[in-house]
Write a protein of this length. Sequence first.
Length: 264
Amino acid sequence: MLHSAPAYLILPLFKNHKMEDQRVKVAQLLKKSKSTMAFTGAGISVESGVPPFRGEHGLWNKYDPKVLDIDYFHSNGGRAWLYIREIFYEFFGKAQPNEAHRVLARMEQAGLLQALVTQNIDNLHQLAGSQNIYEFHGNSNRLVCPECGRISDISDFNLDHIPPTCPIDDAILKPDFIFFGEGIPPIAYEKSFEAARNCEVCLIIGSTGEVTPAAYVPQTAKRSGAVIIEINPEESLFTHTITDIHLRGKAGEELGLLEKILFE
């Protein structure tokens, strides 16, 4: 006589099969799409050891956000750099791209990804090899002079001695990312929304949708008719509003599994 397996054995298997079916469907959509964009947030870099700013273990639970207020920086540049160095160049400095960054770069090289919009400032997409990147909030690897506008690379300075100053006019240099009170870089803003309006598929990876106006980018893609695929370990503000398919898992794991299907 044949006996049915207990329910506690059947249900997980069914769930795994359902997830696998979703990944196959996502891979098919990506292969058919003539224009795909990725929209990444802090969650994609957590697996590289970069702490998020918000949430239970976020940096704003440890630091006062005023240290990244643009008015505070202009009036207290030397003191602000004590925190900037610790947060961005001691925490971020040793981070390396993870599987998720690497897969997105491979997708771009294979013609499966036409644009990458990121909220992150950690430079990990660039290190992984992605090229068509729109940095919505700037990049911590660059320093800009508030006086003359000269752009420098962080590697040109020894941060044992702060604050770094401009070699032309001796002004205190500012990291080239968005502080509170600053606007989004115009070119990145324009190109991000252009990519959103033109894409057929939009991948949301590691973003909760809490930060605006960045969150409006995938919303624009949805209004323009794109299929929205979300890769997040938990539900986000996108999940029940614009997401069509939610691959619930860590970015590196899910993109690694997708890679096998895409390139098998």
